[in-house]
Design a protein around this ligand. Sequence first.
Ligand code: GLU
Ligand code: ZN
Length: 306
Amino acid sequence: MPTTATPTPPTRPYIGRFAPSPSGPLHFGSLVAALGSFLQARSRQGKWLVRIEDIDPPREMAGASDLILRTLEAHGLEWDGEVVYQSLRHGRYDEIIEGLYRAGHLYWCRCTRREIMAAGGFYGGHCRELGLSASGCAARLRQRQPVYHFEDALQGRISVPAALAEEDFIIRRRDGLYAYNLAVVVDDMDCGITEIVRGADLLEPTVRQIALYQMLGAPVPAWVHLPLAVLADGHKLSKQNHAPALALDEVRPALWQALAFLGQNPPPELAEGTVAQMIAWGIAHWQLARVPHQPTILFGGNKPDT
Ligand code: GLU
Ligand code: ZN
């Protein structure tokens, strides 16, 4: 009998992305995430897309989207194709929400943040069987197949506390805004993203995102969570604590430092090179295994409205 060759699953071409929120200018921590995802994609001859996550207008800073794009260009981080704006994709999010509702994957919940906090910080399924209608309610996903662990290519196997894994989470908020977890998964799915490289502050929502991919019947991308740049006091650099914006007039010191922060050992003389030389060096020498990482513990700290 002829032996049948085992069909090899079609490998999808590598597509990565950087997905900043326009709540302020990019800082050194955002540069690390942008550069890490860019080098990981380019060193695999992959595409690298940029998406502006403008789904939360109250948190936006006027002009930040354009400033972010100019900052990426100034640092030699050229993206493929058109920039995706989440503010232009509401119809698509509604369509997905509608489909999830029809499939019985979501229900409406009227619990307030205060009620959930008073009950210990985790939502316990209060409205699951109440059959509430949409008005004045948040949309919650019914967790039927909780994800208790996943593999991160840098951090290793991540275990997730049951309370976090099993919680029905919000995909559309009571105030009508789409939740980050919904928008990020729908967009990454629609763009065919094969690997998500981002900061380790986003390790925790990953389990929810995996659960959502599974409910949507979409392939789950690979994950890489990069170390966070922290301030001397241990706090992460963020827009909230007013991390300084990246300079646009002389970008090379930050670029060299970001390569060093990512563990790539850029030679000192590269600091005198051009932006293009730094980027070319980064692509040619990129090794994910060199990126420093510490074991990461998930606390399951809850953010009910996101
Ligand atoms: N927009 C998110 C942020 O700026 C990042 C989303 C992601 O990379 O998944 O923190
Ligand atoms: Zn509820």
